[in-house]
Design a binder for this molecule. Structure first.
Ligand code: ADP
Length: 368
């Protein structure tokens, strides 16, 4: 076993390290800061102290500069997403609950045959809620959320990337339970790269796969020293709009591959209703049905863009006068505002590419 019995019987909660991570939490868990001193420190200073505490727990060989960069730019804090914020995608949500949330909250139940997968791929057209799902998983499983775009590793951070990848996995273990969310994973695990930076891209890819394998091995209980004991509570969640660009060996490492399709009519209706909830509007259920009919082929983000544009309708109709009008004088949003916006906001995903996703899902994925 890779955890001590006393750890297993303890109710699951955020690790102590994670409590230290958030600048807004304090004192209930031992922290490197002495209470009296803490009271007079600014939040920025507190966070600096906490960060130092986290950095001290890193194993040797991890570049401190890279680790700081990960803590500052990759760890996502605040602005939580919950399941209920995401319209539809019930199959994907339950797959994620079973694969990540429950195992993270009750690791004692998920052993042996029930050992959860260490990686899950979310694939589908852009703007369908993949990022939202990953964020909700982190919230619901009380995990530290690391969010990185693979293309930034191969562009913005090129040169530093291998160090960053090592720091990323090391910090994920220190701050476990952790979700490492890698967006645009295709650009990292690509089949081939025709670009000039081929060699360095290949090195980052290799480092990523090594770190990920180490994690899987450690999670299987074969290496149990130090923070590696936390490996079973680190999961790589990856998203892609180009699943076919991922090479075969890398694809096979994602035991679970979840298709995140365009929203069904009832999901579009649900999302439109949610978006209108806080707004003054006159749309009836019949109007929403009409809208659902007019938004065939729209992604979740297209629907959001449409609703935002339609919400501007009442303001556009009054022009400069809005500067002197009270809130009550602005008319409610109407179906006609949506219809007008439909002339500029069009579906971002073509019918032919949908076919490509469906085919790939049939061959390699699970439907969501
Ligand atoms: P992806 O990662 O699949 O490209 P995101 O999760 O980033 O898409 O979604 C982009 C935006 O579109 C979200 O911020 C949200 O406003 C909207 N959106 C997409 N899918 C949904 C959904 N299922 N429910 C609610 N909003 C959604």
């Amino acid at each position: 076993a890779f955890q001590t019995p006393d750890k297993l019987s303890r109710p699951r909660r955020k690790s102590d390290a994670q409590f230290e991570l958030s600048p807004s939490t304090n004192s209930t868990v031992q922290s490197p800061v002495v209470p009296q001193e803490e009271e007079i420190m600014s939040p920025a200073d507190k966070w600096k102290r906490q960060r130092e505490g986290i950095l001290k727990k890193l194993p040797p060989g991890v570049d401190p500069k890279a680790a700081k960069q990960i803590l500052n730019e990759v760890v996502v804090q605040g602005d939580e997403v919950h399941w209920s914020d995401i319209a539809g995608l019930e199959v994907a949500k339950s797959a994620l609950r079973e694969t990540v949330v429950y195992p993270f909250l009750r690791p004692d139940l998920f052993k042996g045959l029930r050992e959860p997968a260490r990686g899950m791929l979310l694939f589908g057209p852009p703007g369908t809620g993949k990022t939202m799902l990953a964020r909700a998983v982190a919230t619901e499983s009380k995990s530290t959320f690391f969010s990185i775009s693979a293309s930034s590793l191969t562009s913005k951070w090129l040169g530093e990337s291998e160090k960053l990848v090592r720091a990323l996995f090391a910090l994920a273990k220190v701050l476990a339970p952790s979700i490492i969310f890698v967006d645009e994973i295709d650009s990292l695990l690509t089949q081939r790269s025709g670009r000039g930076d081929h060699e360095s891209t290949l090195r980052i890819k290799t480092e990523f796969l090594i770190q990920w394998s180490d994690l899987q091995r450690a999670a299987a209980g074969r290496e149990v020293e130090g923070v590696d004991a936390n490996a079973s509570r680190v999961l790589v969640l990856a998203a892609t709009n180009l699943p076919w660009a991922i090479d075969e060996a890398a694809r096979r490492r994602f035991v679970r591959r979840q298709y995140i399709p365009l929203p069904e009519p009832e999901t579009r209706a649900m999302q439109i209703k949610t978006l209108l909830k806080q707004q003054k509007h006159t749309l009836t259920d019949a109007d929403i049905e009409t809208l659902v009919g007019l938004t065939d082929g729209f992604s979740g983000s297209d629907i959001t863009a449409l609703a935002k544009d339609a919400a501007m309708g009442p303001l556009r109709s009054v022009g400069d006068a809005l500067l002197h009008m009270s809130m009550d004088e602005i008319r409610p949003i109407e179906l006609s505002d949506f219809v007008a916006s439909l002339s500029t906001i069009r579906p971002s995903v073509s019918k032919s590419s949908i076919k490509k996703y469906e085919d790939w899902a049939k061959e390699f994925g699970e439907r969501g």
